[in-house]
Design a protein around this ligand. Structure first.
Ligand code: NDP
Ligand code: 2IT
Length: 447
């Protein structure tokens, strides 16, 4: 069988064995389709069925999460944790609380996390979890009771050497606090390294909150440098206005970029003078409100209900909200408006058609597996501090993050070159990540 036919068969099998999980199919196809040249170079990976094994999660847990709302009414949600691959370290990956969550979303995220975590060079395996619980509009008490119930089942599957969750959409410091409190109570252990994204007041790493956004900008800086350019003076558009978007905007502005738009699931804020990041922080982090209230009645900012952020002209476009939020039409609009760099702060935000369009148009395209890896890399730095009962300064940790993002860029760039696709970070990230995992799996024998 030819290598291409072999890869096609693997993808077909994944689709057949995991019916209806379209995001998972998409994530597997995206990686598998780039691995042909690796199999050609390394027949041992085919012989030992490494790709087939990587596509099957090591473990998956689905559980009931009952809790009581403020009216004492019983609510029932579904919880998930998928430990996809532990070849390089304990399972590591965030928890997502969003109504769109189902097994297919968690599996796509956990699958991507395997390669992302491998690219960081840190000793962490790939996992993801979450629930279809919607934190929007819930009281603190409701969120706390939900988190306690969620952890009451999940705790038995976790451990600093087994599985270490963190945040993702809908899960930030508040939720990590409730989850950690319940874990500590049930297990009778102050096991700091069992969760990352903790508050720095009780074991969290400084910079973890900022790390995905900051890391994304460090990566973009390297992409521009590789093309003989700098960030200074450029115009950017960011989607979303959550954790990743806010700190990406903050770092962009600090490095001389004008960020003219951001969004949430209801609409877009276009502020040609530059987004007021402190105002977005207040709305999103303190008030837990909607972007609609940004700049109400003042300045030149415009709120566009249901608008598309990608229609606003920019040179740098950073999707930082959710999967498949940037499609072919949007990609065409961006390229038409002179966009030169796209880097994914979110996981799989760009559809396959849009990705191909960017690459064919010569736009520098940074896939999430590389570009947003600063978050999980800083989680690994948090685990390191917890293991040594140490706490590093902000400056020291940020410097480590910058070095890690530079190394990720250099590795992806070098591997893309080696495989005859210079400047193609999709190929570079997939192959660099895959090689690390595949070699470890081979070393362990048939497990
Ligand atoms: P947050 O919950 O802090 O923010 C999410 C943002 O995206 C909000 O503005 C939200 O708008 C918007 N959004 C979420 N879902 C949708 C949707 N279905 N349609 C439209 N907009 C949506 O999450 P994060 O910032 O942490 O995560 C954003 C992305 O970054 C995700 O893809 C996540 O997987 C990825 N990521 C996160 C990391 C982290 O460390 N937090 C690390 C690496 C990647 P609204 O408020 O209206 O829902
Ligand atoms: O998608 C991601 O990399 C994250 N949500 C962060 C995972 C982590 O364990 O810090």
């Amino acid at each position: 069988m030819s290598i291409e036919a072999r890869v096609a068969t693997i993808i077909d099998q994944v689709i057949r064995r995991n019916p209806g999980e379209v995001e998972f199919h998409q994530a597997v196809r995206e990686v598998a389709e780039t691995l042909g040249p690796v199999l050609r170079k390394h027949p041992e990976f085919s012989h030992h069925k490494i790709i087939e094994r990587i596509c099957e999660p090591e473990r998956q847990v689905i559980f009931r999460v009952p809790w009581q709302d403020t009216h004492a009414e019983v609510q029932i949600n579904r919880g998930f944790r998928v430990g996809f691959n532990s070849a390089l370290g304990p399972y590591k990956g965030g928890l997502r609380f969003h109504p769109s969550v189902y097994l297919g979303v968690i599996k796509f995220l956990a699958f991507e996390q395997i390669f992302k975590n491998a690219i960081t060079g840190m000793p962490i395996g790939g996992a993801k979890g979450g629930s279809d619980f919607d934190p929007k509009g819930k009281t603190d008490g409701e969120v706390m009771r939900f988190c306690q119930s969620f952890m009451t089942e999940l705790y038995r599957h976790l451990g600093e050497h087994t599985d270490v969750p963190a945040g993702d959409i809908g899960v930030g410091a508040r939720e990590i606090g409730y989850l950690f409190g319940q874990y500590k109570r049930i297990t009778n252990r102050y096991e700091s390294g069992v969760l990352t994204g903790k508050s720095p007041e009780w074991g969290g790493a400084l910079v973890r909150k900022e790390s995905t956004g900051y890391g994304l900008i460090f990566f973009v800086e390297e992409m521009l440098k590789a093309r003989g350019q700098t960030l200074e003076g450029k115009t950017a558009v960011v989607s979303g206005s959550g954790n990743v978007a806010i700190y990406a905007m903050e770092k962009l502005q600090a490095l001389g970029v004008r960020v003219v738009a951001c969004s949430d699931s209801n609409g877009v804020v276009h502020d040609p003078q530059g987004i007021d990041v402190e105002a977005v922080k207040r709305i999103k982090e303190v008030e837990r409100g909607r972007l609609e209230s940004y700049g109400r009645g003042s300045g030149k900012a415009k709120y566009i209900a249901q608008g598309c952020v990608w229609d606003i002209p920019c040179q740098i476009a950073l999707p930082c909200a959710t999967q498949n939020e940037l499609d072919e039409r949007a990609a065409r609009a961006l390229v038409g408006n002179g966009c030169i760099v796209v880097a994914e702060g979110a996981n799989m935000p760009t559809t396959p058609e849009a990705t191909h369009l960017f690459i064919d148009a010569g736009v520098a395209f940074g896939p999430g597996k590389a570009a947003n890896a600063g978050g999980v890399a800083t989680s690994a730095l948090e685990m390191q501090q917890n293991a040594s009962r140490d706490a590093w300064t902000f400056e020291f940790t940020e410097n480590r993050l910058r070095e890690i993002m530079r190394k990720i860029h250099a590795d992806c760039y070098a591997v893309a070159d080696e495989y005859g696709k210079p400047g193609n970070y999709v190929i570079g990230a997939n192959i660099a990540g895959f090689l690390r995992v595949a070699r470890a799996m081979l070393a362990f024998g048939l497990v």
